[in-house]
Design a protein around this ligand. Structure first.
Ligand SMILES: Cc1cc2nc3c(=O)[nH]c(=O)nc-3n(C[C@H](O)[C@H](O)[C@H](O)COP(=O)(O)OP(=O)(O)OC[C@H]3O[C@@H](n4cnc5c(N)ncnc54)[C@H](O)[C@@H]3O)c2cc1C
Length: 486
């Protein structure tokens, strides 16, 4: 007897979105969260374009946009020339400044609206899996607990107990450098305004707080696990910027490093890992949370399909096949960015690395180069491997192709289909496919996955072929309820 269909360890952004995605598809979900309550601190401050798009795919982007502030460009490796998100092929060409605590609060609201059960104060300690399910053991407010689920997903961060207990390797490198962050209730705003360009990152937060992030040659070799003291922070800031900007009343002091690791497999039987449980890296260009949301969006509908019994063979394995390469891209580009930062702080490399940065900065002035990196960091260029030669297959459906109608197609978490015989297709795969009338340019038929990526297209110059269409749809959405869809 199962206690729940899917258990998720961790109610961070990844676990919360995954829970919501599964519940949207009618799956019973329980999230186990170690903390007794939310601590309210925010590591991440941004949501990039693809994250906004996926929220729009579910009709909830407005909730996030209402609380944040949009900026049209974003940095890469801290180079002065920024990535121009506004030039990208999207209606959401900006990054949204929104503190992680607020993102989590909105995702939790969404998950609860859909009926996800979230159990705070429940720490997952171990797991055992067999052919039918997973037994999760942990410690809760009332002592030890055991829970039986058909599947378990570890969204429990970089030190994931689920990953470890499932025996999933986490190869990579330990950190070589660290930075410090401090959130302060009291600062000298006039001094900040007068400072101009400084080597310190300064950002206003909600509640009147101000965040400072510092990386200094003197302190960057301190291990990330070592606590930060106020005196250390103030002295480092003063050495770097010539002033301590009047900081007082610290609310949060923390150190983070560039340890970089990637799960060798995102799946082990009935156990999956997503978000930081699958990949850790320095927060260069703000990609970790965003990548976790996109992992959740990829896994949710596939796991739901398996549980509902209509998943085509091998669908669940496409989670690793599609998301692992994205994890590689993110861990690679963050390592490259971090090196460009780290080496400017090492005296013997300062000159050549500064020259390299200047060179890269000049390259970023070329629109094509800028767009290439902006596509990578925004995740808009993420395209999943597809056997079909058509470049559209595997890519996201650009939102401008169908306008807001395109997003509405998959609001309810189904596949979207537009083109010939739409009503018949929707009837054949009832509840799995939503039909639309509008079509992208140069396309006669298109099947869009629940995560907004294109599963199949027929171009205008290709003849209609009902058998081919049925096979293509079946490959992703499973066998039709009725076969007479030709
Ligand atoms: C300084 C800094 C700045 C950053 N800025 C950005 C940014 O601007 N943009 C961006 O995209 N990313 C950024 N990141 C990265 C981002 O914060 C993480 O990638 C993101 O939090 C990962 O989300 P997650 O849900 O996968 O994991 P987490 O947020 O780590 O959540 C994991 C959850 O699991 C719980 N948990 C852990 N173990 C257990 C257990 N055994 N049982 C039950 N529950 C458990 C934890 O309590 C936690 O709530 C930044 C990181 C840092 C350090």
């Amino acid at each position: 007897m199962m206690d729940t269909e899917v258990a998720i360890s961790g109610a961070g952004p990844t676990g919360l979105l995954l829970g919501a995605e599964l519940a949207l598809a009618g799956v019973r979900v329980r999230i186990l969260e170690r903390q007794r309550e939310r601590h309210g601190q925010s590591r991440a401050l941004t949501l990039h374009p693809r994250s906004i798009e996926i929220l729009e795919l579910r009709g909830i982007a407005d909730r996030f946009l209402a609380l944040g502030r949009t900026v049209p460009s974003w940095h890469f490796a801290g180079l002065p020339r920024e990535l121009d998100f506004s030039a990208l092929d999207t209606r959401h060409g900006y990054t949204l400044f929104l503190e992680q605590a607020r993102t989590e609060q909105l995702l939790e609201e969404r998950a609860r609206e859909l009926g996800v059960e979230i159990s705070y104060g429940h720490e997952v300690v171990s797991l055992a899996q067999d052919d039918d399910g997973v037994t999760v053991a942990g410690v809760g407010p009332d002592g030890d607990f055991r829970l039986r689920a058909a599947y378990l997903v570890g969204c429990d961060g970089g030190r994931s107990k689920v990953r470890e207990s499932a025996g999933i390797g986490f190869p990579g490198s330990d950190g070589t450098m660290s930075s410090m962050l401090g959130d302060f209730a009291v600062v000298d705003h006039d001094e900040i305004a007068a400072a101009g360009r400084t080597p310190v990152l300064i950002a206003p937060l909600s509640g009147g707080l101000t965040r400072f992030v510092v990386t200094s040659p003197e302190r960057m070799r301190v291990p990330a696990a070592e606590p930060v003291t106020f005196d250390e922070f103030r002295e480092t800031l003063t050495n770097l910027a010539g002033t301590s900007f009047g900081i007082a009343e610290p609310r949060w002091l923390s150190r983070f490093g560039n340890a970089t690791r990637l799960a060798e497999n995102y799946r082990s039987g009935r156990v999956f890992v997503a978000g930081d449980a699958a990949h850790i890296h320095f927060p260069a260009a703000g990609q970790g949370l965003n990548t976790g949301l996109q992992d959740a969006m990829n896994l949710g509908w596939k796991l739901a399909a398996e549980i509902r019994g209509w998943a085509p063979a091998g669908l669940l394995d496409t989670y690793h096949a599609e998301r692992f390469p994205v994890g590689q891209l993110v861990t690679d580009n963050t390592q490259a960015q971090t090196l460009l930062l780290e080496l400017t702080l090492v005296p013997e490399y300062r000159r050549p690395v500064t020259a390299l940065r200047e060179l890269l900065n000049s390259l970023l002035e070329l629109p094509e180069v800028n767009a290439r990196l902006a596509g990578l960091v925004s995740a808009l260029s993420t395209s999943y491997p597809a056997p079909d030669g058509d470049p559209l297959v595997g890519a996201r459906l650009p939102d401008r192709m169908l306008g807001s109608e395109g997003a509405k197609l998959v609001h309810s978490g189904t596949f979207g289909y537009a083109g010939d015989g739409a009503a018949e297709v929707a009837e054949g795969w009832k509840g799995r496919i939503t039909a639309a009338d509008s079509l992208p340019e140069n396309v006669r038929e298109v099947l869009v996955r629940p995560d907004g990526h294109i599963a199949w297209v027929r171009r205008e110059n290709e003849p209609p072929d009902a058998a081919l269409r049925e096979a293509a749809i079946t490959a992703w959405a499973g066998a039709p309820e009725r076969t007479a869809v030709r």
